[in-house]
Design a protein around this ligand. Structure first.
Ligand code: MRU
Length: 368
């Protein structure tokens, strides 16, 4: 997608041929800062500190992190240590395990001298695959939007509510939940997006709003608790979110607060779709609520908030009384029964094991 007319992916190889460049998302929306990662430790830090975030981009950064590790030291021990370090960064998004699980065995088979070059090639291929997957998700999601728009002729806009940021910044390009929105906008359908602010990290207010504004898509940022009210008043036609891990039963894990949106959507008969790239499917798990590890982050993300002052400085301020205790659960699980459909790169299915296996029959043998 474009920033000031220049096409960017969210991660790319530097012109030096080996450093890995990222857009440091902790500075958005106020500053656009590119940072070069030169060690596996820098890649791990970027994931843990959420300089890069979003399940697909976490996987892509881990892949390049492994390439950086192999460039520095390609032995078996270094390979195992790099995987362990990267896996320890964030526990919930399955793309991290998927990317490392794909690369590790292929690299381990090679003589150490060939590993760095192979790792860079595998990471680049993984990034290209992510872009193709999201492009296809966008096309399938566009048909959902077209169908809903066809039933609302005469309305000023089709209102889509989204939670967190599942746009191009969360992937290598396109995004998952926002890919259909961008394609609908480009096809001339007047989409308007309700953007949940997404406390505590404000990925909606900071990142989704920044992306939509850059692309010219109409939107309004709302507080996280507004969605139910809007749905009761007929102001939401469709909810679309991304996911960090979806298990084979169709239970969907996504940013904290997604479950409450799904409940409100069900109560108001608003369709609730989840855009699901196949690397985000955890075929080994079946019960999302019981089995998905939910990241708990630093409570200071809840007790403080950062933003731009009138003077233009970026500052963090404390919201809560001194010494107050807080908990910071980063994700929740929406049971499959509340999901209208899963939009994958192979098409749309019901949120169930049967639905998913209908699109991915090769996974039928994986033990859950
Ligand atoms: O904590 P984050 O910002 O990494 O969480 C991101 C989300 O919850 C996204 O909705 C999810 O990763 C899907 S991104 C295409």
């Amino acid at each position: 997608m474009k920033v000031d007319g220049i096409h960017y992916r969210s991660i790319w190889l530097n012109d030096d041929g080996w450093s890995v460049d990222i857009i440091d998302q902790t500075h958005l929306p106020h500053e656009f800062i590119i940072r070069s990662l030169r060690t596996v430790e820098a890649a791990a830090e970027a994931i843990a500190a959420m300089r890069v975030r979003g399940a697909p981009l976490i996987g892509a950064t881990a892949a390049y992190g492994l390439a950086l590790a192999m460039r520095a030291e390609p032995g078996d021990e270094a390979l195992a240590q790099a995987c362990d370090r990267l896996l320890a960064t964030r526990p919930t998004a399955s793309n991290l395990q998927w990317a490392l699980g794909r690369m590790h065995p292929q690299l381990a088979e090679l003589p150490p001298a060939q590993r760095a070059e192979a790792a860079y090639a595998l990471a680049a291929a993984l990034c290209d695959e992510d872009v193709a997957i999201n492009d296809a998700i966008g096309e399938h999601g566009l048909e959902v939007i077209r169908g809903l728009w066809a039933g609302r002729e005469g309305a000023a806009a089709l209102h889509v509510l989204t939670h967190c940021n599942a746009g191009w910044l969360a992937t290598v390009d396109w995004g998952t939940a926002l890919a259909p929105v961008y394609k609908a906008h480009d096809a001339g359908i007047p989409v308007h997006v309700w953007v949940d602010e997404t406390r505590p990290r404000n990925q909606g207010a900071a990142l989704t709003a920044w992306e939509l504004k850059a692309h010219g898509v109409a939107h309004d940022v709302i507080v996280d608790n507004a969605g139910g009210h809007l749905m009761q008043h007929g102001l939401v036609d469709l909810v679309i979110t991304g996911t960090d891990r979806t298990v084979r039963s169709g239970d969907v894990c996504n940013k904290i607060g997604t479950y409450l949106k799904a409940l409100a959507a069900r109560d108001n008969r608003v369709p609730f779709y989840v855009c699901l790239p196949s690397p985000t499917i955890d075929w080994a798990l079946r019960d999302g609520v019981a089995e998905i590890p939910i990241e708990e982050r630093d409570p200071r993300e809840v007790t403080a908030i950062s933003g731009k002052t009138r003077g233009g400085d970026i500052q963090s301020v404390q919201l809560t009384p001194d010494g107050v205790s807080a908990r910071n659960f980063a994700f929740d699980v929406t049971p499959a029964r509340l999901v209208t459909g899963l939009i994958t790169e192979r098409g749309i299915c019901e949120a169930s094991e049967r639905g998913l296996l209908g699109l991915f029959p090769e996974q039928a043998e994986v033990a859950a």
